[in-house]
Design a binder for this molecule. Structure first.
Ligand code: ZN
Length: 69
């Protein structure tokens, strides 16, 4: 069962809850507000794979003057 982390928009209360069903209505245990921001605490941030700068350094020289051509 996935555990979701929520932050209440009403009182900023942060809590975790087990969601048994997608139709289950989650509300803040503190103020009973249903305006919640779902956090994905179970999943880490998207992995940064590969080169951070895929285009590489931009060569501004001409083929004649630049050593990288
Ligand atoms: Zn609340």
């Amino acid at each position: 069962m996935p555990i979701f982390e929520y932050i209440c928009r009403g009182c900023n209360h942060q809590f975790e809850t087990i969601v048994r069903s997608v139709r289950e209505k989650i509300c803040c245990p503190k103020c009973a507000s249903k305006k919640l921001d779902k956090q994905f605490s179970v999943f880490s941030a998207p992995a940064t794979t590969g080169d951070a700068t895929p285009d590489g350094p931009v060569c501004t020289g001409t083929p004649q003057t630049c050593g990288c051509h």
